[in-house]
Write a protein that binds this ligand. Structure first.
Ligand SMILES: Cc1ncc(COP(=O)(O)O)c(C=O)c1O
Length: 469
């Protein structure tokens, strides 16, 4: 922890324990600086953090005050500082056994990887599919088979412009979801036995890709709010022959961390210096809270080193399996690899999405979806603060639909997973997010489904199960 984070933690403890009451003024910057022996800028940094966490509010010309309800907010998890090297990754058995349990439609889907289906404009998409297919010239059904539907690629290139990325549709290859994009990217820049850098904790399917491609991994720590630890990465790049990196710069899965623009720029500079390609997994790009779309690392890429992967699975059309890859200097090789493996994605699904992007009101849908997710996040955080045991920590991401919980050390999240499953609740236990199956006392919970009394009961039940450890 940095000095300002330690100080912020101390103040948040005072708030949570009630020593600093709701509405009370927190120590002024001058008082805090003198009393704790830290600089005023460190105090400011800590207060900005506490403000972001919703614990304190600034009142013009009066200072900072404890927010009403602040006691009910949970502390932020700590970063696991260890860089680990792993030779043989073998996570698939565990991941499959956990994923298998998510199929049951009767469970409370806190373990789900998708938002609730009612949040998507499925009837409107179906209309787009019918309309698009009727208008499709007969030869297009075979002509667009490799890189993808030209209209769809144009629409995606236009959306990149909103985030400050200028690329041509020719750089884009449409894929069967982001999963294929990520696989192709990795296959293109590595050979079996190579060492690659991934995040810790990491999205479990990235670990499975490494396992399948027989790659070795260096796991770089991720801060729950600020994202990848650049110092640790710089050290690893200097010490090891790392061939590629797989990182999420925005709404990292599972932590929800997002890099600041300065950090994205620094990350790119580092990779450029070492000439290491970045596979940027950006599937949650559209699910930011607020009004400003984040810029990906791809924005800073002036050498074609970034292989940027996106998808409609999380924000528009789960099940259509339409994703894409903007492959930079690797675009041609990726296109050939795609041709050699799955040839092309389904034409009807592409046509439907291309028509929807043009005429369906995509931005209006996204605004509603973001609003629903932000509201649902509030419900889950609130329930966790009420029902989960003291000492539980939680992230508070600025988008997406996952919360990462760090429970008291004695909790075993794999056991919790089985206990919860018997009670009809799914969760994603911490060990599936690590090549070394760490994070045993952690879990990822999804607030992607509309909040109901059943969700509330499930949180209360999880709280009781947690208390039994
Ligand atoms: C971080 C991350 N990357 C990639 C994917 C795969 O996306 P798609 O469903 O488009 O293949 C997922 C889906 O869970 C994800 O969470």
């Amino acid at each position: 922890m940095k000095r300002y984070e330690r100080f912020a933690d101390e103040i948040s403890e005072l708030i949570r324990s009630g020593v600093l009451a709701p509405g009370e003024r927190v120590p002024s910057v001058r008082q805090a600086s003198r009393h704790y022996g830290i600089s005023p800028s460190t105090v400011f940094q800590a207060y900005y953090l506490l403000e972001n966490q919703g614990l304190i509010v600034a009142r013009p010309r009066s200072g900072y005050f404890v927010r009403e309800q602040a006691q009910r907010l949970l502390n932020e998890p700590e970063m696991n500082p260890c860089v680990q090297e792993t030779a043989d990754i073998a996570v698939s058995e565990l991941v499959f056994s956990v994923l298998g349990s998510l199929q049951d439609s009767d469970t409370v889907p806190f373990g789900s990887a998708f938002p609730g289906p009612e949040l998507f404009p499925l009837p409107r998409l179906a209309r787009s599919m019918t309309k698009g297919l009727r208008a499709l010239p007969a030869d297009a059904i075979i002509a667009d088979m490799t890189a993808g539907d030209p209209d769809l690629r144009r629409q995606i290139a236009l959306r990149y412009r909103l985030t400050g990325v200028h690329l041509t549709p020719q750089e884009l290859v449409i894929t069967n979801g982001a999963m294929e994009a990520l696989n192709l990217g990795f296959q293109c820049v590595t050979s079996p036995g190579d060492l690659v850098a991934i995040e810790s904790p990491a999205f479990y399917a990235s670990l499975q890709v490494l396992e399948r491609l027989k790659l070795r991994a260096v796991e770089i720590p991720v801060h729950p709010r600020e994202g990848i630890d650049l110092e640790a990465l710089a050290e690893s790049l200097a010490r090891h022959p790392i061939k590629a990196c797989w990182f999420m710069s925005h709404l990292q899965n599972p932590l929800g961390a997002s890099l600041s623009d300065a950090k994205k720029q620094a990350l790119y500079a580092l990779l450029k210096q070492h000439q290491v390609p970045l596979i940027e997994d950006d599937v949650y790009a559209e699910l930011y809270f607020g009004t400003t779309p984040p810029t990906p690392v791809k924005h800073y890429d002036d050498e074609g080193l970034v292989i940027h992967c996106g998808s409609f699975s999380k924000c528009l059309a789960p099940g259509y399996r339409v994703g894409w890859v903007a492959g930079g200097r690797y675009a041609e090789s990726i296109s050939r690899l795609k041709l050699m493996t799955t040839i092309s994605p389904s034409v009807p699904a592409q046509v439907a999405i291309a028509d929807y992007l043009q005429h369906g009101g995509y931005d209006r849908h996204l605004r509603r979806l973001r609003y629903a997710l932000e509201t649902q996040q509030g419900h889950m955080l609130d329930a966790a603060a009420r029902y989960f045991p003291a000492g539980t920590r939680a992230t508070r991401p600025s988008g997406g639909y996952f919360l990462w919980f760090e429970f008291p050390r004695q909790v075993d999240s794999l056991r919790l997973f089985h206990m919860a499953r018997e009670q009809g609740i799914s969760i994603a236990p911490g060990p599936i997010f690590s090549a070394t199956q760490g994070y045993r006392h952690c879990a990822r919970l999804s607030y992607g489904h509309p909040w109901t009394p059943r969700s509330e009961e499930a949180m209360a039940l999880l709280g009781r199960l947690l208390a039994s450890f």
